[in-house]
Every structure is written in C-alpha cells, then in structure tokens.
Design a protein around this ligand. Structure first.
Ligand code: PEP
Length: 247
C-alpha cells in the first residue's frame, strides 16, 4: 500500500446541489482517515459549493480548455477552475477522448494550461479491450504517455497518472492483479524515460470498477498509488468504503 494512498472520485455528469450532502459525509470521513488523501471531481457547477462545504478533501474538475480564454462557447479555462476553488483537473479521461475526439496532443495542451495556472493534473491513459486482446496494451499506454504528458521535468511534481483500461470503466470488470501490476511497472519505467529522476514523485492511480470489496487488493499492488473511482464515488457509503480499505 502506498504511504498515503490518493483516492479520487470522478462524479462525471452526475450531481445537483442535493448531492452536496454526499460531499459533506465524505469530508467528515476524511477527518478520521487522515492516512488517505481524498479528493472529488464534481461537475463544474458544483466545484465552488463543494469547496465551501468540504474543507478537508481536495476538490477538482473533470476537464478544462487549453486556451486562457476567448471565443469558446460552453468551455471552461483552467484559470476559471482555479477561481471556482479547484486544486486539480482530470485530463484525457477515456470518455472525453471518445466523446470529444480528444487526441494526446489536446490532452497535453490542456495539462500544460492547467499547470500554468497552478493546478495539479491527473492525466488518464488506458487501452481498449481490442488493444489488450491484440497484446498491444503496454505499447498503447506508452504512446499515450509520450503524447499526453506535459514535458518539462518540473511538471512531474504536479502530475498524477491514472491507468484506466477503457474496458474496465463502469463495467464491473477489472484486469487481473498481475496485469495491473505489470502495467503500473511499465508506466513507471516510461515515466523515468520522460521525466528522469523526477518520475519517482509521480503517483500512478488505478481506475476501472474499483469498489469497496476489491479496493484493498488493488491498492496493495506495488506501484498502485491510489484509485480513480467513478460509479462507487457517487454515494458517501461506497466511497468511504474505498477510503477505509485504503487506510
Ligand atoms: C472512471 O470513469 O474514471 C471510472 C474509473 O469509473 P468506474 O469506477 O465507474 O469504473
């Protein structure tokens, strides 16, 4: 288990103000689980309120635009996220890569924009099922890392990588523990090629159908520094179950 596992909830396009009670309950649990670093990424509309209601946990966003501002109707800049109270932003989630045709170069531009205003970033990578079946998973993820991560060595301390096999997201299926370990080791090696010694400070999270009952075994794998959690982060009951497994 990592020294201080990082457990991040991605609420995706779920949540109105009624859901702030879940954030408050997660925050209260974080107070007694100080060995775990906890954060949630609610939709844009709840960032400010979540920051106000939940004092202990990290609060972040699920995307940002790469530009500082301008004629981009419906988009949100990194500076706006910071102003709303976000401390980090998830970039390159597979749902954004698929739904919005985001390429590695877009992901990198967004990550660099976020770092430029002082946000931390969680950069998501992961193979599809067809790519895994074809034996290409490590190659695909390495290419995503090469193309998506901000390049300056100084970026490493603000970057977290989330390994999320696309076929495991929201499906109830997970890779074997050996496959997770092998991929996390491969990611660490690639990070060394990209960032040199600074790579050691980059946390690597696993994401994809993490639940209270499988969290402990996944978080015990070498090189797994925490979890990015979708569905099971939507209620305090299940998310606190994962936080407890991490403690
Ligand atoms: C995610 O979307 O980042 C995710 C990991 O989802 P789930 O936990 O629901 O598989």
């Amino acid at each position: 288990m990592a020294e201080r596992p990082y457990i991040v909830g991605n609420w995706k396009m779920h949540g109105t103000r009624a859901m702030l009670s879940e954030a408050r309950a997660i925050d209260r649990a974080a107070e007694r689980l100080m060995k775990v670093e906890v954060a949630i990424a609610p939709p844009f509309t709840l960032i400010h309120a979540t920051r106000k209601e939940a004092a202990l946990i990290g609060v972040g966003a699920q995307d940002c635009h790469a530009a500082e501002g301008g004629a981009h109707t419906g988009d949100i800049s990194a500076a706006m996220l910071k102003d709303a109270g976000a401390g980090f932003v998830i970039i390159g989630h597979s749902e954004r890569r698929a739904d919005h045709d985001e390429k590695d170069s877009d992901v990198r531009a967004k990550a660099e924009a976020a770092l430029a205003v002082g946000l931390s970033v969680i950069v998501c990578v992961g193979e599809t099922e067809a790519e895994r079946d074809a034996g290409k998973a490590v190659r695909v993820v390495a290419k995503q890392l090469d193309g998506s991560l901000p390049q300056a060595d100084s970026a490493a301390e603000k970057v977290t990588v989330a390994y999320e096999p696309v076929w495991a997201i929201g499906t109830g299926r997970t890779p074997t523990l050996d496959d997770i370990e092998a991929m996390h080791r491969a990611i660490r090696e690639r990070l060394h090629e990209i960032y040199g010694d600074a790579a050691e400070s980059v946390r690597i999270l696993y994401g994809g159908s993490v639940k209270p009952d499988n969290a402990a075994e996944i978080l015990n794998i070498a090189e797994v520094g925490g979890a990015l959690v979708g569905g099971a982060s939507l209620t305090a009951e299940s998310f606190v179950g994962i936080m407890t497994a991490a403690a």
